[in-house]
Design a protein. Structure first.
Ligand code: 4NP
Length: 157
């Protein structure tokens, strides 16, 4: 899960997907990172923590980190929150982008809900709790769709 600061959106996405895979009984490794390093070492934003906690998810133990180019090799899928971060992932991971179809691993997370529309998860950094709740709802629906897609693929045939 990748956003700009790894402070607001991607920590929520990490916590939400971790909760859902636990419920679904899957054993995936889920992590998050930011494309810039302004907040390295910090906890998620207080409003991300609050909105998550209101849904029974504790993200207080997360620690902000910057995306590394090796992340493109380590993970099967990278979900980005917006176009700017898609471009930043491409830049950071340039050494590996065009080998082994690695570029196909990287998609806009809202493509799960709205394929081909290039919709973005809005940046709530200057927003209010309402904006964080909107982000939570979008990410929760996207993660539900990811698990549905995976479940139907793994049972097909
Ligand atoms: P995020 O939000 O990318 O969802 O973590 C932001 C966090 C920090 C900043 C901008 C967006 N910032 O400018 O420091």
């Amino acid at each position: 899960m990748v956003c700009l600061g790894n402070i607001c959106r991607s920590p929520l996405a990490e916590g939400i997907l971790q909760q859902k895979i636990r419920e679904a009984g899957y054993d995936w490794t889920v992590d998050s990172a930011g494309t810039n390093g302004y907040h390295i070492g910090e906890q998620p934003h207080v409003l991300s923590q609050k909105v998550a906690r209101d849904h029974g998810i504790d993200i207080s133990g997360q620690c902000c980190r910057k995306l590394m180019k090796e992340d493109l090799l380590v993970y099967d899928r990278l979900f980005v929150m917006d176009q700017e971060n898609y471009a930043a992932v491409k830049r950071i991971c340039a050494d590996y982008w065009q080998i082994e179809k690695n570029d196909r691993k990287v998609t806009m997370i809202l493509d799960l809900l709205y394929p081909g529309e290039n919709r973005e998860v809005p940046d709530p950094w200057y927003g209010t709790e309402k904006d964080y709740r909107l982000v939570f709802d979008l990410l929760s629906r996207a993660c539900d769709r990811l698990i549905d897609q995976y479940s139907s693929q793994s049972t097909a045939g």
